[in-house]
Ligand binder design. Structure first.
Ligand code: BDP
Length: 694
């Protein structure tokens, strides 16, 4: 096994449980008149025959116990006859219920629309895959978030920005004629999680994506995805009217520019009738945008929104901006630019906000924009690809990180105003809701660059469906589907996964440190990075270590970034006595001898955390080695090798960081702590011209 099958492996269940399940899945009754119905039928047949060792028969009526009836009232007379309560499930929701039909036990998977039945079928398969009882089912599910989208940072030359899993899976050259079967498997995997949108190209966009040749290619992909309920979106380069339209300006208030985008939208919808809309990175890191013409983000977003509005499209406008306007603290920039625009966006615009205010660091406090724009829908942007968490070789399950952000309390409408409630729209009654994940998918056989990075795609999708879900049960679900239902396998793997992100935080950026990675490629430690074109692209800007202490003072005595949070949060974060220790150096400049919660001085605690991170990786290695023989050899060996790489690199992070910070702390290492293996000069001299993902 090489991991290609993801969590949809459908390997045979142990004989005794297969027998039990076969009794509950004796026949399938389901339509296949539409492409989505056909996909649903194909998936159930594939999954159940794989899991149960025999293919259930497909019938038109219930003739025995154990029938599974799938469909909508429109597609299935049987379901229409059952008069199930489908109100409230919307277009994408479903129910799964044990019923009796003509005196026979049966299970019904019912929805209002085909796509709901498809999602229900995947859920049903998951129950079997994870060895859940099917006897008395009564499940109702509807997504809590409307736009559940992957963002591919894929370029037209197939290079993936910050991608660690090979080339782009989109083979633009062979499209639209050759449709790689992988596109269908991609759609199946996404539909199994409820992901319903994909932005095909990089936010650092090439205007060529909007030319007829590439639109035709995008349309071919949309055709593959459509049966699976997935819409295609494109990143739009703001200056496209100049680059591919021959205009002299891209000023959003210029009528010619507006007309160009309207015509472009009409053209796109001719070839992709269900096109989702545009994602835009503007006036950020050198990308063009409305500010080039003295206009605001709202002016820019609204122009595009007007263009797609007649077709039902949306604009996802990114808030990842940091110009030089707030020279004292990059963390404040997005809030300062966007909060004044609250309420100024069209109703088909949603502002896409990264989980934290800097940039996908191993740990960041929640972005202060969440909760601060009640009149503008905000959507979450998580990074699934591990740009700052060890690329694909380090095992870091991101579920706990997503959960930490989603359950953070903004206090904007009193206690309990969590980020999850901003994202699902319930806090501010947003009419539009969304969650985006920067994809970790590439042409590698295992899709994500490592076996365990598949779990990050998985958990993103599950939490996008319902942001109140928790990381641990999702890890367990994934482990059961991906490796085994055997408790002796599930338990150690779930423990490894649940502690893995904290291990990365400890060996890379403990106690609220951030942005300490190597320059440009972001591979390995670079706490010494300084100079260059922008202070806020250096490490010294963020850690501010000196003889007195370390950390970025964002309290009232410093940049006062804490004031961008609601008062109770600002008070907590802004007070060195009350700030959660995990954010200590994010918000405060702290003396080296400051007593931390463990009773150790800050310096000793820092060293302790670095070492603890390395030790946690050692433990993961041991736990994994203990599973030798319980996991198929190919996947076991690959993970073992990657853990060994992670171990080596965790040690590198620890040693380089300690060697560097010791030049400021001027204190000895605490008792029992090994000195760095090499000199600081050695670490500083390492160079990686061909590190992946740039
Ligand atoms: C940073 C990445 C950069 C992206 C940027 C973004 O380093 O490659 O273009 O975010 O989100 O994390 O636009």
């Amino acid at each position: 096994e090489d991991g290609y099958d993801l969590w949809l492996r459908y390997r045979p269940l142990p004989a005794d449980s297969a027998t039990t399940y076969r009794a509950n899945v004796s026949q399938l009754i389901l339509p296949d008149a539409t492409p989505t119905q056909a996909a649903t039928r194909a998936e159930l047949l594939r999954g159940l025959s794989g899991l149960l060792g025999s293919t259930p028969s497909v019938s038109t009526s219930v003739s025995a116990d154990g029938a599974v009836i799938v469909g909508t009232p429109a597609s299935s007379p049987l379901i229409a006859g059952l008069r199930l309560k489908l109100q409230g499930l919307g277009r994408e929701g479903y129910l799964i219920r044990s019923v009796s039909v003509g005196g026979h036990r049966a299970t019904v998977i019912a929805a209002n629309e085909d796509v709901g039945a498809l999602y229900g079928a995947f859920h049903f398969l998951r129950l079997v895959q994870t060895a859940q009882p099917l006897a008395a089912l009564d499940l109702r599910q509807a997504p809590h978030v409307q736009l559940r989208v992957l963002n591919h940072w894929d370029n037209l030359d197939r290079h993936v920005e910050r991608g660690y899993a090979g080339e782009s899976i989109w083979d633009w050259h062979k499209l639209p004629d050759y449709l790689d079967p992988r596109y269908t498997d991609y759609a199946r995997a996404n539909a199994s999680l409820g992901i319903n949108g994909t932005v095909l190209n990089n936010v650092n966009a090439n205007a060529l994506s909007l030319t007829p040749m590439y639109l035709e290619k995008a349309a071919a992909l949309a055709g593959v995805f459509r049966p699976y309920g997935i819409r295609v979106y494109l990143s739009a380069r703001f200056s496209a009217p100049i680059e591919v339209g021959g205009l002299k300006t891209a000023d959003p208030l210029d009528p010619q520019v507006q007309r160009w985008w309207r015509d472009k939208a009409d053209e796109i919808y001719k070839v992709i009738p269900d096109f989702g809309g545009f994602l835009v990175k503007a006036n950020s890191e050198g990308q063009p945008g409305p500010q080039d013409y003295g206009r605001t983000h709202a002016d820019g977003a609204n122009m595009l929104a007007d263009a797609v509005k007649p077709h039902g499209g949306v604009v996802m406008w990114r808030a990842f901006v940091y110009s030089h306007e707030e020279p004292d603290d990059r963390a404040k920039q997005a809030y300062s630019e966007f909060v004044p625009l609250d309420g100024k966006f069209r109703d088909n615009v949603i502002v896409q906000v990264k989980n934290g205010a800097i940039d996908f660091q191993p740990r960041e406090p929640f972005h202060p924009l969440f909760g601060a724009m009640p009149k503008t829908p905000l959507m979450m942007e998580f990074q699934i690809t591990k740009e700052y968490l060890g690329f694909a070789t380090h095992l870091a399950y991101l579920g706990p990180m997503y959960e930490e952000t989603l359950e953070a309390d903004t206090h904007r409408r009193g206690k309990g105003s969590t980020v999850a409630k901003v994202v699902d729209g319930s806090l501010h009654k947003y009419a539009l809701t969304g969650m985006a994940g920067v994809a970790n998918i590439g042409s590698d056989r295992n899709w994500s660059g490592s076996q365990f990075d598949q779990a990050n795609w998985y958990v993103f999708g599950r939490m996008a469906w319902d942001p109140s879900l928790k990381a641990r049960p999702i890890a367990e679900e994934w482990t059961r589907m991906t490796f085994s239902n055997d408790a002796d396998v599930v338990k150690p793997i779930v423990e490894m996964m649940m502690g893995s992100r904290e291990a990365v935080v400890d060996y890379m950026t403990p106690l609220g440190l951030h942005h300490l990675m190597g320059n440009g490629h972001h591979y390995g430690p670079g706490p010494w990075v300084s100079g260059g074109p922008r202070a806020d692209w250096t490490s010294v800007y963020y850690h501010r270590a000196n003889r007195d202490g370390i950390g970025f003072d964002r309290s009232a005595s410093g940049s006062n970034a804490v004031a961008q949070y609601a008062p109770p949060v600002a008070r907590e974060f802004g007070d060195i006595k009350h700030v959660p220790e995990k954010y200590l150096l994010w918000f405060h400049h702290v003396p080296w001898d400051y007593r931390t919660q463990s009773g150790r001085t800050l310096w000793d605690e820092l060293v302790h955390r670095y070492t603890h991170g390395v030790d946690s990786v050692k433990q993961m290695e041991q736990a994994w080695n203990g599973l030798d023989g319980r996991i198929d050899a190919e996947r076991h060996a690959q993970v073992a090798t990657f853990l060994a790489i992670q171990h080596k690199e965790a040690q590198w992070w620890r040693d380089a960081s300690i060697a560097y910070f010791q030049t400021f702390s001027q204190r000895p290492l605490p008792e029992g702590q090994a000195p760095p293996a090499h000199s600081l000069e050695y670490y500083e001299a390492l160079s990686f011209p061909f590190a992946p993902g740039n």
